[in-house]
Design a protein around this ligand. Structure first.
Ligand code: ADP
Ligand code: MG
Length: 409
């Protein structure tokens, strides 16, 4: 059994999406696959439509069974998802694991011991890790031959990455087994210059430590998760499904590598130059170039990234200022961006967004009465959901409408 931990202490970088869809893609390719959820938030169960209220025994119970002397076999907690694909779900109990195990000898090997009982039953075990680097993640790494670090190719990726790799190095220094660490570019949006530059930068620095496969940003992946299906079932012909099948192929092709080296230390040596490059990239592509050269010199990269993060949050999406609602979005290559919604009788010609800077940000301000509205963006004639608005609802055409609530002034 080849065990692969999906690790990144940053939340929202795609760990669970990678875990679920890589596992299902391996299963589709005939590999017997076990997915272990080590995140107390149990998103893997949610994303695979396993009803949380019916999870009576979870990975926490298996992990603790040795120290409690009450034997709970891993098989007792498993849920079959599809052919060749089983899930060991988590539940909120797992949040107490670290505390429960304080001072217990061998607490970092609980998962390894549990998995050793099923190593003949599976070809692959994928471990979805929590967004932290405590005992749970350490258990996952101790059990694994491979670690995959998904890296969002957005503004904040390098920020998360350098922290992550430093911690990984510390953890792996304490591991007895060699670990093969690979970086996976995720949520890649080829349309943005920023994504393209970050990908090029990552490739330059990580070379063969990076998967050739890139996971594109694909709204079908989000939809699949919200409907509790892996992408290979929900929309097998989608870009998302093709990306994950290709990732599975890439992994399978390295099954027989006889010498997987411990690469973590060489990765961490590259950190400094990556952080320096991050500065350059961010400065180049920041939507509001308020970060002057002087500021940059005085501040740490981390601070700059935090600042950019805040700026972006305040920048794109829908904002209410009194009774005025501003819609702002980013489409560098678009010629025309419009909005169609129930506030303009779904007529895109009525609401045309204006290109407001050379980076390709588009904006329109509307006066809307308090209430709830649905809308979609129309980009060069193509209707789509607003990528900067998390609130959506499915429409009768199988697509998603973005939702907006205008409050009382
Ligand atoms: N490649 C992708 N394309 C589109 N949406 C994605 C992609 N990867 C992840 N997402 C979405 O981003 C959000 C965070 O992803 P998730 O996998 O839960 O991250 P994590 O487990 O690291 O917190 C989810 O809503 C998920 O559906
Ligand atoms: Mg997750």
């Amino acid at each position: 059994m080849r065990t692969i931990a999906i690790v990144n202490q940053k939340g929202g970088c795609g760990k669970t999406t990678v875990s679920i869809n890589l596992a299902s893609s391996l299963a589709v390719k005939g590999k017997r696959t076990l997915l272990v959820d080590m995140d107390p938030q149990s998103h893997s169960a949610v994303g695979l439509a396993v009803p949380e209220d019916q999870i009576e025994l979870a990975i926490y119970d298996s992990l603790l069974s040795a120290s409690r002397k009450e034997k709970i076999d891993l098989s007792e907690i498993l849920w079959q998802i599809s052919d060749n694909f089983e899930l060991a779900p988590s539940n909120i109990d797992l949040a107490a694991f670290e505390q429960q195990m304080a001072g217990v000898v061998g607490r970092e090997n609980c998962l390894k011991d549990v998995l050793s009982t099923v190593s003949d039953h599976y070809d692959y075990c994928i471990i979805d890790c929590p967004p932290s680097v405590g005992l749970l993640t350490f258990n996952a790494i101790r059990s694994s031959q491979d670690v995959i670090v998904p890296v969002e190719t957005g503004y904040f990726s390098l920020h998360g990455l350098s922290k992550q790799l430093e911690t990984l190095k510390v953890l792996s220094d304490q591991c007895e087994q060699p670990i093969n660490v690979m970086v996976l570019a995720s949520m890649y949006d080829v349309r943005t210059k920023m994504s393209r530059e970050i990908l090029a930068e990552l490739r330059k620095h990580f070379g063969s430590r990076m998967f050739q496969t890139v996971i594109n940003f694909n709204t079908k992946l989000k939809e699949a998760a919200s409907l509790g299906q892996p992408i290979t079932e929900y929309e097998p012909s989608s870009k998302g499904s093709k990306d994950f099948l290709s990732l599975a192929d890439e992994l399978i092709s390295t099954d027989t590598l006889t010498h997987r080296k411990e690469m973590v230390s060489s990765l961490s040596r590259q950190l400094e130059s990556i952080s320096n490059n991050a500065r350059g990239i961010l400065e180049e592509t920041s939507p509001s170039r308020q970060l002057t050269q002087e500021n940059l010199k005085e501040e740490t990269t981390e601070k700059i990234l935090d600042k950019v993060e805040n700026e972006i949050e305040q920048y794109y999406g829908v904002r209410q200022h009194g009774s005025v609602i501003s819609f702002t979005t980013l489409y560098p290559n678009a010629n025309k961006v419009q909005i169609a919604g129930d506030f303009n009788h779904w007529q895109p010609e009525n609401t045309i967004m204006e290109k407001i800077n050379s980076y390709g940000a588009w904006q329109v301000k509307l006066n809307l009465a308090p209430g709830k509205y649905r809308y979609r963006l129309v980009v060069d004639g193509k209707w789509q959901q607003d990528p900067y608005n998390e609130n959506v609802e499915q429409n009768p055409y199988g697509d998603y409408n973005s939702l907006l609530t205008v409050g009382q002034v």
